[in-house]
Design a protein around this ligand. Structure first.
Ligand code: UD1
Length: 423
């Protein structure tokens, strides 16, 4: 199995080009199910999760061509509406095909995703949304089996009692081809949700209130969507934030290209709290300049535009070398501190009480063998390894490959000593 070997304490320097956002690309790929014509998606990140969803679409009967960050997807001849366990268990986001399949084909069965390293992650809100639109939902042998009324899904008022990114995306896609108007209350406002809503508008549905927590979707009444223009995936705000953390912990000046600066504002604010400054910012690029000594940081994760839970582990790694104790409270997921014990193996001094972590500063981190446990936890280990004395070996990096596009190649270009090896 592949592992990463990192020799720490080398300064980084140079420019890194940020890839397209995995979490934006996934719902866009799922939304191609709503069309019976070619859809072109550009700036797709070269990561395993994208390949997994494209594979699922192929299994459903779609025509897929994928090369060089671009895909042509044609869902004219879909002949199955079943997302099997073997795929869904590899990637929970496969649940995103539920809404579009049901909306266009009036039926869908999707394997229940099952357990997950960062908590239970139920899908009850996804199901509540499609039920509100008239779907009948049953659980059969580990599958969610949903059927729309014969005349198709109908517009409804969907009130989410918790903000859910995937739930909002599924509701949007289900509503896009439904009859009548759907209102989504307490909708997620993440940039990835915004891009999906914009795509649906390009295809002929009408979504109002984009970027707010109240969305109104005028469905096409059964008419498939038609995306005439290619759609370019937005930059990955989590990948961008991860590289900023790498710059901070190694006290290196790094320039990020192809970012959307608005999307990473809370990350920038927290790094400023830690003493970093930012030079030459434009809407698509900026340079991080770390201080002489990193300062402590206090973080509470929240829905967008709050501080992203997907950046929590990376900041924890950086905070290990701050001047004073930092506190991080995780409010979105109940078990998203799997990286704590691995960071402690590298010499960090992190204490956990419930959903709060206290990160006591240490003088140095020291390389060790560690294990990646989930996607963002893995990148926290890379961040820590870059600053640790000696060599760190990070195992189970298939987590990292799910979401970071050519990580070691990009890092090598910045001067990091990182290699992929096989054991
Ligand atoms: C998405 C992101 C993930 C990010 C998360 C929160 C993708 C592919 N993944 O995940 O990287 O960490 O948003 O920003 O975009 N919940 C329920 N019932 C549901 C759905 C969710 O209780 O039916 C809960 C979850 O357990 C969690 C919270 O709502 O506590 C937020 O989850 P959600 O926003 O749905 O996360 P995902 O869409 O799975």
């Amino acid at each position: 199995m592949d592992y990463l070997e990192v020799e720490g304490q080398h300064k980084l320097n140079g420019e890194v080009v940020i890839s397209g956002a995995k979490n934006a690309a996934l719902p866009l790929i799922a939304a191609t199910i709503l069309s019976d014509k070619d859809v072109i998606l550009k700036n797709l990140p070269d990561v395993v999760d994208i390949k997994t969803l494209l594979k699922l679409l192929k299994m459903l009967g779609a025509e897929v061509e994928y090369d060089n960050h671009q895909a042509r997807i044609n869902c004219a001849n879909i002949n199955s509406t079943k997302a099997i366990y073997e795929i869904v268990s590899q990637m929970r986001a496969s649940i995103l095909v539920l809404g579009p399949l049901l909306s266009r084909f009036k039926e869908a069965s999707v394997s229940l995703p099952g357990g997950c390293a960062i908590g239970q992650r139920p899908i009850d809100l996804h199901l509540k949304a499609i039920e509100a639109m008239g779907a009948e939902v049953k659980l059969e042998q580990g599958y969610v089996v949903a059927k729309a009324p014969q005349e198709g899904l109908r517009g409804a008022k969907i009130i989410f009692d918790k903000v859910t990114v995937g739930g909002t995306e599924n509701a949007l896609m289900a509503a896009a081809m439904a009859n009548g108007v759907t209102e989504i209350v307490n909708a997620a406002r993440e940039p990835e949700v915004v891009q999906l809503a914009q795509m649906l508008n390009m295809g002929g549905a009408k979504v109002e209130g984009i970027g707010t927590s109240k969305l109104k979707v005028h469905g096409t009444g059964g008419e498939p969507l038609h995306f005439k223009e290619p759609i370019e995936v937005i930059p990955d705000r989590i990948e961008a934030g991860t590289y900023l953390c790498m710059g901070a912990i190694t006290y290196s000046e790094l320039t990020l290209k192809n970012i959307n600066i608005e999307h990473i504002q809370t990350t920038i604010d927290k790094l400023e709290d830690m003493g970093c400054s930012f030079e030459n910012p434009t809407s698509t690029t900026l340079t991080i300049k770390p201080p002489k000594q990193l300062k402590k940081v206090n973080i509470v994760t929240a829905e967008y535009p709050g501080f992203p839970t997907d950046m929590q582990a990376q900041f924890m790694a950086v905070a290990t070398l701050a001047d004073e104790e930092s506190l991080i409270e995780e409010r979105l997921f109940e078990n998203r501190f799997m990286h704590v014990s691995e960071l402690n193996r590298l010499g960090a001094d992190i204490w956990l009480k419930g959903n709060v972590a206290a990160i006591k500063p240490v003088d140095e981190l020291i390389g060790a063998d560690v294990m990646a446990t989930d996607l963002r936890a893995s990148s926290a280990l890379v961040i820590a390894a870059l600053a640790a004395k000696g060599t760190t070996r990070i195992r189970r990096i298939y987590h990292l490959d799910r979401g970071y596009d050519r990580l070691e190649e990009k890092l090598q270009k910045l001067g990091a000593k990182i290699v992929r090896k096989k054991s």
